[in-house]
Design a protein around this ligand. Structure first.
Ligand code: ATP
Length: 512
């Protein structure tokens, strides 16, 4: 199966089992908007809990808030979003399709990099054990030529984007002979800037109505509450404010399922530090965040850092944590050193002082900020796509299993009476009624036990418990493990301990 086919299957699976539905589906959907179903909502809540607990519970100097989506419109002028939250857009005149000019170029660069990797693979095959990869990369003429080409395009692209020279961006697309994937032509329009914020109106009478924006990031809700939280929480620098919430961006090209949506959720933390100490904290949070990801156990090799060369208007250092999605390495989280840009701008635009008096240095200053910003939906996609697995079993059967990290699994235990009679359902209900206070459980008595196991595998339930006639006599049940499919007979009283051991947040949090 190709990666593309795999991606299609896992999207279909997400719908079939109630994880994710296209929004407004009975009206043929709404582009790049999705709804989380009954299991998706559970999985999402578990991811939120893992993030929130790691930030707010485990760090005494981090607190969490929940600010409004609607904010005073001046906030977005101060933050620079009204003026500069743009993407360069280009249309193909033949297909009438719209693209992000920078993404066209980035994809082109990625293709050149792919060629390099293919050349290396060829070398590996040709030379076998005697292959010296480092030397090959440093000397092979094809590799060197492509490396140079990729570097040249990257540097020209960054220069054009950084200086806002849209004509140069267009020229580069033409020089690289990039064609529209739909029409195959190079008949491109001018490149234009497109603001990504959604706007609407607030007020009962249209003449008095104010244009307001749906927030494109949750961070500003933290900045404008900086003093409220600092004073009421008696917070001392360094300290952080965390928040989980919706954000909205009118993305030009929204695709790849829940990777790029127009309505999505962010988990952000702004860490306020002494000016001059931001680099130390930037490095600290880069390491911490990577450890958080790795503790989930999806595979250390699936993560890498990408340090930004083109910095946003507010940043003096920035890196992404990229994840190996089914369509390649892409940004999952951003860690940004935002300087004192945001607080200083809000001071200027609001006319209120946003300073901190540091009792240790006896000075007042506008704190510097290090931000960690992760997409909840992208984390969902990372977890879900890694967990999705089509397995061939020894007996020739196939099963689809979601090997989700147990702490994130929507259902932890399935309680299954072997048959629908002989008091087995009653006994199963009794066990379930006890377990449900500790774990999310599902009761299922329909179909053969084999079919029920498959259903639970398909939604990633770590444990199934089967109640049979013997249970009524010895109070023992069969517990089945999702991944190994091993079954073991244990006394009912032991169930809680076994499940707890596997689904405990503590164990994972301790690894960070
Ligand atoms: P990209 O370059 O992919 O557009 P970005 O650099 O604009 O992302 P940030 O502004 O740093 O993203 O936002 C922080 C995080 O929010 C991202 O790392 C990502 O996980 C998430 N995010 C941003 N835009 C979207 C979107 N349209 N859909 C889903 N998640 C998003």
């Amino acid at each position: 199966m190709t990666q593309e086919e795999l991606f299609k299957s896992l999207i279909a699976h997400a719908k079939e089992y109630g994880f994710i539905f296209p929004s407004s589906e009975i009206y043929d959907g709404l582009s790049a908007v999705y709804d989380y179903g009954q299991l998706g909502a559970e999985l999402k809540n578990n991811i939120k809990r893992y993030w929130w607990d790691s930030m707010v519970r485990l760090n005494e100097n981090i607190v969490g808030i929940d600010s409004a989506i609607f904010m005073h419109p001046k906030i977005w002028e101060a933050s620079g979003h009204v003026g500069a939250f743009n993407d360069p857009l280009i249309d193909n005149k033949d297909s009438k399709k719209r693209y992000r000019a920078d993404v066209l170029l980035e994809d082109h660069i990625a293709k050149i990099e792919e060629k390099i990797e293919k050349e290396v693979e060829k070398g590996k095959k040709k030379f076998g054990d005697s292959f010296d990869e480092a030397q090959f990369r440093a000397t092979n003429p094809n590799v060197l030529r492509n490396k140079e080409k990729a570097a040249e395009i990257t540097s020209k692209m960054n220069e054009a984007l950084n200086s806002g020279d849209l004509e140069a961006v267009r020229q580069l697309i033409i020089d690289c002979e990039i064609v529209c994937p739909i029409s195959g032509s190079r008949n491109w329009t001018e490149v234009r800037q497109f603001n990504l914020m959604f706007s609407t109106q607030m007020g009962s009478v249209s003449e008095d109505a104010n244009v307001i924006y749906l927030r494109p990031e949750t961070a500003q809700g933290i900045f404008v509450n900086f003093l409220n939280v600092q004073k009421t929480g008696r917070m001392k620098i360094p300290f952080g404010i965390a928040q989980i919430g919706k954000a909205f961006r009118n993305e030009i090209v929204a695709r790849q399922f829940i990777f790029r949506m127009r309505e999505f959720e962010q988990m952000e933390m702004q860490f306020f530090v002494r000016p001059g100490e931001e680099m130390k904290w930037y490095e600290h949070w880069k390491a911490q965040r990577l450890a958080w990801h790795k503790a989930l156990g999806l595979g250390d090799e699936k993560y890498r850092f990408h340090n930004h060369e083109k910095l946003a208007h507010y940043a003096n250092a920035a890196a992404d944590i990229e994840f190996l999605f089914p369509f390649g390495f892409k940004e999952l989280e951003g860690i940004h050193s935002r300087t004192d840009f945001d607080l200083s701008q809000h001071q200027k635009f609001s006319g209120r002082k946003l300073q901190y008096f540091d009792p240790e240095t006896n000075e007042s200053y506008v704190p510097y900020v290090v931000e960690t910003s992760i997409g909840l939906d992208r984390t969902f996609l990372a977890v879900y796509s890694t967990a999705y697995c089509e397995e061939k079993l020894e007996n020739g059967e196939e099963r689809v299993v979601l090997k989700l990290p147990a702490i994130l699994a929507p259902v932890k235990v399935a309680v299954l009476p072997l048959v629908k009679k002989d008091m087995l359902p009653e006994k199963a209900r009794e066990i379930m009624n006890d377990l449900k206070y500790d774990f999310n459980c599902q009761y299922d008595e329909k179909d053969s036990i084999g079919k029920r196991y498959r259903r639970q595998d398909a939604i990633g339930t770590p444990f199934c418990i089967t109640i049979d006639h013997q249970t009524l006599e010895d109070n023992c049940v069969t517990i089945r493990d999702r991944d190994t499919m091993q079954q073991e007979r244990i006394p009912v009283e032991k169930v809680r301990g076994i499940v707890e051991e596997r689904v405990s947040f503590r164990k994972v949090l301790e690894k960070i």
